[in-house]
Design a protein around this ligand. Structure first.
Ligand code: NAX
Length: 328
């Protein structure tokens, strides 16, 4: 169809926004034949900087960019959007307690959930990148009662891509030879990147690696702490890779995952794999026509069970904290 897809991006003047908008506008989401219209939400003090970014978008003369609207009012910006990428969030500043961080983000994601509920298109899909992503998605979902719960997801695709990259480097395989990677749980240091169901060139990845020590002491912590390593090296948090993963996740959600593979998405649990219903937790999912399904029937051994349980326990704690704060 040549009707532009209306895509909202929040935090559009931020670091991730600076990579994300240009990729979206150049056709990385839906290809060169489908125009998109960008709806960019920022806080008032960042609108001037955002105007500069829009000048640069104009200067790219992207054939697939059908229009750009910017503003600081969610009800205006989210009006009729088909896809909302919620990237903007309140970062943890020095001396900020966990509860303060959850309240600050709670204010953002309750308001944005309500606005989406009011004005988004009937087919809207919402992807949350801003941290704490899983719990922010839970807050937005709970504050948007008229939007089906399965339309909300939080981003663990960056973790998924990091895990593929690490496994490819270890085994000497190409990233395209790695299939069925899974991130379980929270997008945090407790996440569990699972190679036991992954494949390298069609063979079981754990068997190809043949080194439980590497999996436990190298692979898992490297993937889980990659964000911190990037900050240490670059002086700022991952941005281009986060933007790329945000697009990968949205593209696969809308257009479907490959038939011989799955992807990781944090979605509302239906109780699968013992994850309490309603928590936004990362699972292996297949996607098709804008819907996702949790991959069923995977054997979870004791090692994986304890890792999944630990991350899910953290999600339950975050949910309890935002419940106590009255945000959900
Ligand atoms: P920046 O601080 O560069 O940009 C955030 C932008 O959001 C700012 O321009 C700010 O003005 C805006 N903003 C704040 N409140 C807003 C509101 N109520 N409405 C609209 N805009 C608002 O951060 P950046 O590096 O772009 O990261 C954005 C978020 O992504 C952070 O929460 C970060 O922690 C998170 N990340 C999530 C990742 C993931 O894999 N899920 C990985 C990368 C990143 O760390």
């Amino acid at each position: 169809s040549s009707t532009p897809l209306k895509v909202a991006v929040t935090g559009a003047a931020g670091q991730i926004g600076y990579s994300l908008l240009f990729r979206l506008a150049s056709g990385a989401l839906l290809g060169a034949d489908r125009p998109i219209e960008l709806r960019l939400l920022e806080i008032t003090p960042a609108l001037k900087a955002l105007e500069g970014v829009v000048m640069e978008l104009d200067d790219c003369a992207f054939p697939t960019l059908a229009g750009v609207e910017i503003g600081d009012d969610a009800n205006t910006i989210f009006d009729g959007v088909n896809l909302a990428l919620l990237v903007g969030a309140r970062p943890r500043s020095k001396g900020m307690e966990r509860g303060d961080l959850l309240s600050a983000n709670g204010a953002i994601f309750t308001a944005q959930g309500k606005a989406l509920n009011e004005v988004a298109a009937d087919d809207v899909r919402i992807g949350v990148t801003g941290n704490p992503a899983n719990t922010n998605a839970l807050i937005a979902m709970t504050n948007a009662p008229d939007i089906p719960k399965e339309r909300f997801s939080a981003l663990t695709r960056l973790d998924h891509n990091r895990a593929i990259s690490q496994l490819a480097a270890k085994t000497g395989a190409a990233v395209t030879d790695i299939k069925k990677m899974t991130i379980w749980g929270n997008h945090s240091a407790t996440q569990y990147p699972d190679v036991f169901h992954a494949e390298v060139g069609g063979r079981n990845a754990a068997e190809v690696v043949g080194d439980q020590g590497w999996i436990e002491n190298d692979f898992i912590p490297t993937v889980a702490k990659r964000g911190a390593a990037i900050i240490e090296a670059r002086g700022s948090s991952s941005a281009a890779s986060a933007a790329s993963a945000t697009i990968d996740a949205a593209r696969d959600w809308l257009l479907g995952s490959a038939s011989d593979d799955w992807v990781s998405m944090a979605v509302a649990s239906d109780g699968s794999y013992g994850v309490p219903e309603g928590l936004i937790s990362s699972f292996p999912v297949t996607t098709k026509d804008g819907s996702w399904e949790i991959v069923q029937g995977l054997d979870i051994d004791d090692f994986s069970r304890s890792k999944i349980d630990a991350s899910v326990a953290e999600l339950a704690e975050e949910r309890d904290a935002v419940t106590e704060l009255g945000l959900i």
